[in-house]
Design a binder for this molecule. Structure first.
Ligand SMILES: *[C@@H]1O[C@H](CO)[C@@H](O)[C@H](O)[C@H]1NC(C)=O
Ligand SMILES: *[C@@H]1O[C@H](CO)[C@@H](O)[C@H](O)[C@H]1NC(C)=O
Ligand SMILES: *[C@@H]1O[C@H](CO)[C@@H](O)[C@H](O)[C@H]1NC(C)=O
Ligand SMILES: *[C@@H]1O[C@H](CO)[C@@H](O)[C@H](O)[C@H]1NC(C)=O
Ligand SMILES: *[C@@H]1O[C@H](CO)[C@@H](O)[C@H](O)[C@H]1NC(C)=O
Ligand SMILES: *[C@@H]1O[C@H](CO)[C@@H](O)[C@H](O)[C@H]1NC(C)=O
Length: 455
């Protein structure tokens, strides 16, 4: 647990006014590290002249606070997911998981305090979790916190601050956008329901929280960038992570770790009239073009792959898949490994560590460091870029033989030179939990990747 992690306190606690010349109604106290647990009553008392001012906060728990942010897939509530009734029925067992929901507010300048909350720090109830659609408490956030609580057995605080249809630029400070060469203010397009203007949600829904002590952040966003600054997402996303980390570290006077863990959901799939609408590129850019996290540009991060959790019949549109349980489960595996240092826990699906061309045999051979499980053979999900006469095109490379760590692909359809290989490079790579490759013990799917040959 982070030293001094406090939640349940809904007042923004600012600097202890002490003997400052000008009396101030904002103050901050940093407590000594506390063991997780509670409930406590926290009392603050200030004496000014002959007057005592006392503030009491009841039912305070100590534990880890996670901030959950993003667009509509983060905003979706438990009411909207599969097995909603069942998932809403067990809140009594999770009274040590506390929830806070930030209202939808935008601002032109960084706010020091939240303008409004939908739900103050509260114990979970089926009413608050099932309040409506896309409102109050995020299902991914709730389920993630529940999994963490099941593992850690100590209090978890969850802050939901998300807004549907919003691009990453709305959640980014001017600083982090400038780091990616984005200077214009942008109040763009017609792609979404939420605010598009740069920084407005950072200002009103994230910055006011930065004096809190957080354990980490989880993030589910990217759909709204498929047609907006898509090619910059490999910069804007790592820049947002870095900027949030700095701001929260400074804002909490060092209580929030400077490289706090940052988890995110890689985009799922949705039905579209186009074969390529930018989802593969966003998925790749979500990893800063490495294909996996953590990586050198994204230290201390973790990712839940979700491209195999499609839901063509979702009443909220296929862009809003209803299986959030698996999303949260995969996310919490990453948290256990990366944020809580659990050793020997598999939290990533298999990626090839070596790709060899055996041209005379018409084969590409992929070697995985992890074990692979071939769930399904697929003749089209691997593709090679085949070049001849200065022209390249993507051709399917059918899966051929496989063993526990190896897979060969048939590349006989290429009469020229193979220059690249990609996997699952479509918006809808497979049906529900039926992608070709998984890790055998954990049901984690192999993530999508693109690799270029070096000759
Ligand atoms: C203020 O509170 C302190 C500590 O509880 C107490 O010693 C003091 O007498 C109080 N002063 C007044 C004016 O009530
Ligand atoms: C991001 O991706 C674009 C193309 O999609 C590429 O041109 C650019 O070099 C990449 N930038 C970084 C920082 O990796
Ligand atoms: C709260 O955070 C803001 C933004 O980082 C910072 O300017 C301010 O000094 C912080 N307040 C305290 C009391 O640390
Ligand atoms: C819904 O509940 C059924 C029965 O318990 C279970 O088999 C299924 O996996 C659940 N679905 C999700 C997405 O959790
Ligand atoms: C890690 O897991 C593997 C496979 O599950 C097991 O064989 C090995 O003994 C474990 N190592 C440690 C240090 O627990
Ligand atoms: C997998 O491929 C590597 C490299 O080609 C090879 O050294 C290894 O023996 C193969 N393993 C199996 C089980 O086929």
């Amino acid at each position: 647990m982070a030293p001094g992690a406090v939640f349940g306190l809904l007042l923004p606690l600012l600097l202890w006014a002490g003997r400052s010349a000008v009396p101030s109604n904002t103050w901050m106290v940093i407590l000594d590290p506390m063991k997780p647990g509670g409930p406590f009553e926290v009392m603050a008392q200030q004496t000014l002249g002959t007057m005592n001012f006392t503030k009491r906060v009841h039912d305070v728990l100590f534990g880890d606070v996670w901030l959950c942010s993003g667009q509509s897939n983060m905003q979706m509530t438990v009411l909207q997911i599969f097995n909603a009734t069942q998932e809403l029925s067990n809140t009594a067992a999770y009274q040590s998981v506390r929830i806070l929901s930030v209202s939808l507010v935008q601002a032109e300048e960084e706010l020091e305090d939240l303008d409004e909350v939908d739900l103050q720090w509260s114990k979970p109830t089926s009413e608050s979790l099932g309040h409506g659609y896309f409102t109050y408490m995020s299902a991914v956030c709730w389920l993630y916190g529940r999994y963490l609580y099941d593992t850690l057995q100590y209090p978890i605080g969850l802050i939901s601050s998300s807004w549907g249809g919003t691009p990453i630029e709305a959640w980014s400070s001017g600083r982090s956008l400038e780091a990616c060469g984005i200077f214009k203010k942008g109040s763009v397009s017609d792609f979404g329901a939420g605010p598009q203007e740069h920084s407005v949600l950072w200002n009103a829904m994230i910055h006011p929280l930065c004096n809190m002590t957080l354990k980490g952040v989880v993030w589910y966003q990217g759909e709204a960038n498929k047609d907006y600054n898509r090619d910059l997402y490999n910069c804007t996303f790592p820049a947002l992570i870095e900027d949030w980390r700095q701001t929260f570290h400074h804002g909490s006077q060092g209580q929030t770790e400077c490289f706090f863990p940052f988890g995110f959901v890689q985009l799922s799939s949705f039905l579209t009239g186009y074969s390529d609408d930018g989802f593969p590129e966003i998925r790749w850019h979500q990893t800063a073009d490495f294909g996996f996290v953590p990586n050198p540009k994204m230290p201390n991060t973790f990712m839940a792959v979700a491209m195999d959790l499609c839901d063509r019949d979702s009443p909220f549109g296929s862009i809003h898949p209803r299986d959030k349980q698996t999303v949260a489960y995969r996310l919490h595996l990453g948290a256990r490994a990366v944020a809580y240092g659990e050793k020997n826990l598999t939290f990533q699906g298999p990626l090839p560590e070596k790709i060899q061309l055996f041209a005379h045999k018409g084969l590409l051979s992929l070697t995985y460091s992890q074990q692979i499980q071939v769930q399904r053979r697929d003749n089209k999900i691997f593709e090679i870029s085949c070049c001849s006469d200065h022209q390249c095109k993507w051709l399917p490379a059918p899966m051929n033989t496989f063993s526990t760590h190896n897979l060969t692909l048939d590349i006989n359809s290429c009469l020229g030179t193979v220059v690249a290989l990609r996997y699952a490079w479509t918006t809808w790579p497979c049906e529900y939990k039926q992608c070709p490759l998984y890790h055998p013990s954990s049901t984690l799917p192999a993530p999508p990747f693109i690799a270029f040959a070096t000759y």
